[in-house]
Design a protein around this ligand. Structure first.
Ligand SMILES: Cc1cc2nc3c(=O)[nH]c(=O)nc-3n(C[C@H](O)[C@H](O)[C@H](O)COP(=O)(O)OP(=O)(O)OC[C@H]3O[C@@H](n4cnc5c(N)ncnc54)[C@H](O)[C@@H]3O)c2cc1C
Length: 306
């Protein structure tokens, strides 16, 4: 597919922006998602600066080719057919971190868990909640990622973003409209380039103890040894997705290599050889069956691509 009429000149242009080695053709998305499923992306591009991100997106838009900004792929289900367009991957080239007093600025591709670990080592408190979330800083701003009573909005001071017109601006947390798994980044198609977290001085031992405790809780309750995208469904108002799924008798329900986790009903997992179609089939059956039994239509938290 990378040889289609519109993509041949685009591939050449992208190579001139990010360098030959940073443009991959037919890259398997199963290697870039925590579900471990997904076919090839026509082009997979790795920008290493904010300006490169802008130029890559502009080149795709000018060529009329679809593009998608990828973090750590921990909230994504890519189809078996893959993605007809350009994946703009931020987790390899945009990984710088700077610290100024109690403020930590992370480029969008930084692993949230590493940001949390770094804050702990510096004796800065606030990012403990993120220690087990396997997403990127950009993805966290997109989704307002959160866990165990904390969320991105609680500690985010501002984010440097790329606006749809290609300008780069810094938006304060209040301007980002962060809500439950929702943000202006999502609504307006902004691209997060970096995020500044306003942390506080804390006792490194206490911070570590909190993180250890949260990780223990995750290990106890979540199927971390299997591919997944975390909680597959959003929390429906007034209910818990996992409880509805359990009460519907769906725990362990399996199609091919995908199943509702026996450890945590809110997770659809890849037992090893799942296809995206298997995962889809499980998700749809769960939605239909929970709706049939309880009148609640579960909405996927995981995003579909391709
Ligand atoms: C085992 C496991 C546990 C999890 N636990 C939690 C949890 O406790 N809490 C929680 O909130 N989530 C959890 N998740 C889900 C996931 O880690 C988060 O939603 C995370 O924020 C997704 O980030 P990502 O970088 O992987 O995004 P991706 O999956 O790569 O992308 C998700 C969306 O974000 C967009 N995006 C990514 N980067 C940017 C950027 N720089 N600018 C603009 N848009 C961007 C993408 O275009 C896409 O639409 C879990 C996932 C797993 C696998």
């Amino acid at each position: 597919m990378s040889n289609t009429e519109s993509e041949r000149p685009l591939a050449w242009k992208l190579r001139s922006i990010v360098g030959e080695e940073n443009v991959l053709a037919d890259e398997p998305m199963s290697e870039h998602t925590t579900f471990g499923v997904g076919g090839p992306a026509d082009l997979f591009v790795i920008p290493e600066s904010f300006d490169e991100v802008r130029d890559v997106l502009r080149a795709c838009d000018e060529a009329g080719v679809e593009r998608f900004v990828l973090g750590r792929g921990s909230d994504l289900l890519v189809s078996d057919a893959g993605y007809r367009g350009v994946i703009v991957a931020l987790t390899e080239g945009l990984v710088g971190v700077t610290v100024d007093g109690t403020e930590m600025t992370c480029q969008a591709g930084v692993d949230l868990r590493e940001a949390s670990e770094m804050a702990c080592e510096l004796g800065l408190t606030g990012l403990e909640f993120a220690c087990g979330i396997p997403g990127s800083v950009g993805g966290a701003c997109f989704m307002n990622a959160g866990a165990y009573g904390g969320c991105t909005a609680d500690v985010l001071k501002c984010a440097r973003v790329l606006m749809p017109d290609g300008s780069q601006v810094t938006l304060g947390v209040d301007e980002l409209d962060l809500g439950y798994r929702h943000s202006r980044v999502h609504d307006e198609g902004l691209v997060v380039l970096s995020a500044t977290f306003a942390l506080e001085k804390g006792d490194p031992e206490k911070i570590r103890a909190t993180m250890d405790d949260l990780m223990r809780q995750r290990e106890e309750k979540q199927p971390l040894d299997l591919g997944s995208a975390g909680s597959t469904f959003k929390r429906p108002e007034g209910y818990f997705a996992g409880k509805l799924i359990m009460d519907a008798g769906l725990q362990g329900y399996q199609v091919g290599g995908a199943a509702v986790s026996k450890k945590h009903a809110g997770f659809v997992v890849n037992l090893g050889d799942a296809t995206a179609a298997d995962v889809h089939a499980v998700i749809e059956h769960v939605q239909d069956e929970v709706e049939r039994q309880f009148g609640v239509r579960l909405e996927p938290e995981v995003r579909f691509l391709g």
